[in-house]
Write a protein that binds this ligand. Structure first.
Ligand SMILES: C[S@@+](CC[C@H](N)C(=O)[O-])C[C@H]1O[C@@H](n2cnc3c(N)ncnc32)[C@H](O)[C@@H]1O
Length: 213
């Protein structure tokens, strides 16, 4: 009897996972901030699915202007703001105003707001001028944008990057909006990027790319 219960619970969890994943694929939309708060700030996420891989590919950020697209509650932006130092600037954008508010709270508590600029805006239309960023970083964001707009979002990242700038994209599984590596490479090329480097580990990849042409 106990064994049957065990299989029942496992089956329900499995079905729940499949349902969330299918829904995420069919109807991509921003993750609610309360869920982000739990999933993106817990120690497992921060240590394994965090920002280290993305920031390693982004290189030394000291003194640079670095934008994170889809900041969520600001876990990665906080680290970016630390790494750019006093001579640099960290920028963050999110389509959800309550995510931006949480990110602002986090950076204020860390005393980092003086070198940070935050905006509530869509990744498809960002409030920064052409070529104004040295780095653009986006983690677990692109899959939340409807498939037909993903290349446009990458083109918008390309617009704000300067010619020597670098874009870093990270995706991890089992994010319900996970985009497989081969598809991401295709999207980046369609948006006018050339691939510089790919870092992969179980359940996660990061790609760095530069403007081409
Ligand atoms: C899964 S969270 C990741 C947050 C952060 N990058 C991290 O890894 O800690 C994705 C974020 O992207 C934001 N997002 C989704 N679609 C967006 C869009 N079109 N423009 C800007 N932000 C968007 C969501 O609101 C959400 O806060």
């Amino acid at each position: 009897m106990k064994r049957q219960w065990g299989w029942g619970v496992l089956g329900a969890l499995g079905l729940g996972f499949v349902a969330v994943r299918v829904n995420g694929k069919l109807r991509p939309k921003p993750m609610p901030v309360q869920i982000e708060q739990f999933f993106l700030t817990n120690p497992l996420r921060v240590s394994y699915f965090g920002y280290r891989d993305a920031l390693r590919l982004a290189g030394d950020l000291k003194g640079l202007r670095v934008l994170e697209v889809g900041v969520g509650v600001g876990v990665i932006l906080e680290e970016i703001a630390k790494r750019v130092g006093e001579g640099g600037q960290a920028f963050g954008v999110d389509v959800q105003s309550d995510a931006v508010a949480k990110a602002e709270q986090r950076l204020s508590q860390g005393g980092l707001m003086s070198r940070t600029g935050l905006a509530t805006a869509n990744a498809l239309d960002m409030p920064w001028t052409d070529g104004s960023m040295d780095r653009v970083i986006t983690v677990a964001m692109l899959g939340e944008i409807p498939a037909s707009h993903r290349v446009d979002a990458l083109k918008e990242a390309r617009r704000v990057l300067n010619d020597e700038g670098k874009l870093v994209v990270t995706e991890f599984w089992p994010d319900p909006h996970f985009i497989p590596l081969s598809r991401m490479v295709k999207l980046l090329r369609q948006a006018g990027f050339g691939i510089v480097d790919i870092h992969q580990k179980p359940f996660l990849y990061s790609i760095s790319a530069k403007k081409e042409g």
